[in-house]
Design a protein around this ligand. Structure first.
Ligand code: SAH
Length: 360
């Protein structure tokens, strides 16, 4: 497993430099103290990095030259290079394939909604969760992303398109709760008033159901929205498509979601990818409604996006409509996820997989 937290070392030009964009303001202040600089310099550096999103220390024009030099000698500003960019002809959804400093590729998707722009970000280069329908996990997980790399997805997309991202969904490649510390740091940095200042309430974290991570998240006191990838109403079916279920079963995951709601007051979402003949029958809907009965939640149904070799097919539109209606009649709050960027395979994992294939 690769680089984590503020101590991550980026090997650039064979120099070992520290990743400065992963430092929060408190850590930057301590750093300035260590190198004999006044504390206010930390705020200046922070704003250059997280508000102006500069990519070099030379651009920090209100810093004395010797400080810029000192920073340049010891630190690196990690970025994400645009390797590929696809724009949907249907709805202007933009999908990026970013290349990181060590050659790893990740994906982000920029979507336009009535309420503004939302960016779906990756949290790991690959994923080790092994869900059978998901393209992101097919080549395993190369490494965790640092907080600065997740930030770079946002900063680069904003710079490239000129739009302001107001919502973040941690639903790209990777399992956010499997890269817990870097993800929490990312959330704190992206919502910092001296940086992009994106409201924590506009951030959604999606998990395949790592129960201890959900309980840890409750303690963070961050009013983010939790989304749980449920995809099946019982252990037998869920374990078949989501190996993580063998560790934390359906009841435990739903219990954790309930506790999340009770402790934070934030309504939880459940993702349910409809797979033909696997989890889309009337009895699945019945089981699902009794499982979630009484829980203040929202269910997002997603006709499964058919990926190469998974063998999973989506039910037809009429079947999806009936399944939705049936759940609604049972009193559940349910919608079918609007498909954005259908012509560019906007759901994540597929560009990274083809980039890996090209290299091989
Ligand atoms: N690891 C996290 C977040 C990444 S995936 C999680 O599991 O929640 C974001 C969402 O897309 C998850 O709900 C995931 O199960 C779903 N997903 C992955 N592949 C899909 C596919 N082929 N079709 C529909 N949904 C898919």
């Amino acid at each position: 497993m690769g680089k984590e937290g503020v101590n991550s070392i980026a090997k650039i030009d064979n120099l070992e430099k520290k990743d400065i964009k992963s430092y929060d303001l408190v850590e930057l202040k301590a750093l300035m103290g260590e190198i004999g600089q006044p504390a206010f310099r930390a705020g200046q550096v922070f704003r250059w990095l997280h508000k102006e999103c500069v990519q070099s220390f030379e651009e920090m024009t209100n810093l004395p030259l010797n400080l810029r030099q000192q920073l340049n000698d010891n630190f690196v500003i990690i970025g994400a290079a645009i390797e590929k960019k696809l724009i949907s002809e249907y709805d202007n959804t933009v999908k990026y394939l970013f290349r990181l400093f060590d050659g790893q590729c990740i994906e982000s998707v920029l979507m336009q909604y009535k309420h503004g722009y939302s960016l779906c970000v990756s949290t790991q280069a690959g994923c080790k969760m092994g869900c059978s329908f998901c393209a992101s996990t097919k080549n395993g997980c190369a490494r965790n992303l640092t907080a600065s790399e997740i930030l770079s997805e946002v900063y680069t997309a904003e710079k490239d398109t000129g739009v302001r991202v107001s919502n973040i969904v941690l639903m790209g490649i990777g399992e956010p709760l499997d890269n817990y510390d870097n993800v929490i740091k990312f959330i704190r940095l992206i919502s910092h008033p001296e940086g992009k200042n994106i409201s924590v309430r506009n951030i959604t974290l999606s998990t395949c159901g790592i129960v201890p991570g959900i309980y840890k998240l409750i303690e963070e006191n961050l009013p983010i929205t939790l989304s749980v990838s449920l995809h099946a109403p019982n252990d037998e079916k869920r374990s078949e498509i989501m190996p993580v279920n063998k560790k934390w079963g359906v009841k435990e995951v739903v219990r954790a979601a309930k506790d999340y709601y009770e402790k934070t007051g934030r309504r939880v979402s459940f993702e349910y990818a409809l797979v033909k003949g696997v989890n889309d029958s009337k009895s699945d809907a019945d089981e699902l409604s009794s499982l979630l009965k009484g829980l203040n939640c929202h269910i997002n149904l997603i006709p499964v996006n058919e990926i190469e070799k998974s063998g999973h097919k989506a039910p037809d539109k009429e079947h999806v409509r009936r399944f939705t209606e049936y759940l609604s009649e049972k009193g559940l709050n349910v919608t079918v996820r609007r498909t954005l960027g259908a012509d560019i395979n906007a759901s994540c994992g597929q560009l990274r997989a083809s980039a890996i294939k090209e290299v091989e």
